[in-house]
Design a protein around this ligand. Structure first.
Ligand code: SF4
Length: 454
């Protein structure tokens, strides 16, 4: 696959005034309801405290496995989903951005009434989910989305002329002959033409349908396009054509892209900067070359190792990722990646759930487990059907049968007849720290440990 490599919009060229939008402490939690009364018993934390700025003319790649929250984040940015906390701020001056950052840095309970009112007013004017009237219309024009599945995103009963012309009609931009001319110009911009005006979506190939989706997204002359896995459903050769088209359009029109994908080999060619997400949080963010040459988070290293196009010329000898992404309704504490991390340490956030997860592979003992009681996030007890099973678990937790990091994280371990009481050393959440200009990672290691760097 040959893809044009980006030459413009590099982050070095960007200045704070070039920021198109700012994502601040963005959260999207979906409630989990149970029973006839649909009581809320928890929430799935699809996006959980994400921050970044999107700079004019750049492509920001948002990557991670399925379920990491990247699509939900893209929907919040495009205004299709309302966040449950934080927000996506648009059209901020640098002073306003600094002010919002200063206000958000104050814990809610510590904010004065004036500060709260100021924040509310800023949200009313700039937060995407609060915009109304003309401001909301302006944002809708400025931010467009191209989805992965062009088949379901194009109305099968409408001519291409009506599909591509719809935004122009809704926003009263054009009608009659002028509308037709504008649609033809848009189709030509994406490599189609007037001969396609009166055809239906099913008469096109997957690649052509994606061109139609792109033409529709460009109809209102947006600044920002959210590309949600735009080539994942296409053959490799067609993928390259669409990526090259997106690249050319960006150069020609000065577009800003938020490029959501699970495919690192694509963002390597398309993105100026990359944000790696894991279980709703940012694991690492860096300029593209820096991320590929000097990953600082074991999860990024694992993604690189798992990507065939990338791992061939990568120095990171990381074993492929094992296991699946944990349940986002109950994400691991500490570093959320610790359940799969090959270099996890005792400080990475071990908890009672890790013991239960480990037990699930120990069928004999797991079958004897009768109950789990958490006293707090760092401790609790496991009750077994008999004393022997309780002693078996306690012996295992003192041996090298369990991960050494988990064993060393245990502060107290007591067996009381059929009950094993466990307390882990308390740890705080692992947060993003600077690893160089524009480079942040959320890992207890300051650089990848030797076993991952060869
Ligand atoms: S903090 Fe770093 S070492 Fe610890 S589990 Fe997370 S990624 Fe692995």
């Amino acid at each position: 696959m040959t893809i044009s490599t980006r030459t413009t919009g590099s982050i070095e060229a960007a200045t704070p005034g070039d920021i198109v939008l700012s994502v601040r402490d963005l959260q999207k939690h979906f409630p989990i309801k149970e029973g006839a009364l649909q009581r809320v018993v928890g929430s799935v934390k699809a996006v959980d405290g994400v921050n970044f700025d999107l700079r004019r003319g750049e492509t920001l790649g948002l990557v991670g496995e399925s379920g990491c929250g990247k699509t939900t984040l893209g929907r919040c940015v495009s205004g299709l989903t309302e966040p449950t906390g934080g927000g996506v701020f648009f059209d901020l001056s640098q002073n306003e951005r600094d002010r919002i950052d200063a206000l958000l840095a104050i814990p809610e309970e510590g904010q004065s009434e004036e500060q709260r009112a100021e924040l509310e007013e800023m949200a009313r004017l700039h937060r995407v989910d609060q915009l109304e009237g003309e401001r909301w219309k302006r944002y809708r024009r400025n931010c467009q989305v191209v989805f992965q599945d062009s088949f379901s995103s194009l109305n099968p009963r409408q001519f291409i002329k009506d599909i591509v012309g719809r935004p122009l009609r809704i926003h009263r931009e054009a009608s009659g002959g002028e509308l037709t001319d504008r649609v033809v110009a848009l189709l030509e911009q994406v490599g189609l033409g007037s001969q396609h005006l009166y055809r239906y979506p099913h008469q096109f190939s997957g690649g052509q349908r994606q061109r139609i989706s792109i033409a529709r997204a460009l109809a209102l002359d947006p600044e920002l396009v959210v590309l949600d896995e735009p080539t994942s459903a296409l053959d490799v050769s067609v993928q390259a054509q669409i990526l090259n088209l997106l690249h050319e359009l960006q150069q020609e029109l000065g577009l800003t892209y938020l490029f959501i994908t699970h495919d690192l080999s694509i963002v390597r060619h398309m993105a100026d900067r990359i944000v790696v997400m894991y279980l709703g949080k940012v694991a690492e963010a860096a300029p593209t070359n820096e991320l590929f040459e000097r990953p600082n988070h074991p999860y990024t290293a694992a993604l690189l190792a798992a990507s065939p196009d990338v791992s061939d010329d990568s120095d990171v000898p990381m074993p492929p990722l094992e296991g699946s992404v944990p349940d986002p309704a109950r994400p691991p504490q500490g570093c959320r990646f610790h359940t799969r991390c090959p270099v996890a340490t005792p400080a990475c956030g071990w908890e009672l759930d890790d013991v239960v997860r480990w037990l699930q592979d120990e069928e004999g003992v797991f079958d004897r487990l009768k109950g789990v009681e958490r006293t707090d996030e760092f401790g609790g007890s496991l009750e077994f059907a008999d004393e022997d099973s309780a002693n078996l678990l306690a012996d295992a937790l003192r041996s090298d049968r369990v991960p050494v990091a988990m064993r060393e994280a245990i502060d107290q371990l007591h067996v009381n007849e059929r009950v094993v009481e466990i307390r882990f050393h308390p740890v705080t959440e692992v947060t993003l720290t600077s690893r160089g200009p524009g480079h942040e990672a959320a890992c207890v290691y300051e650089a990848l440990p030797n076993e991952l760097t060869g």
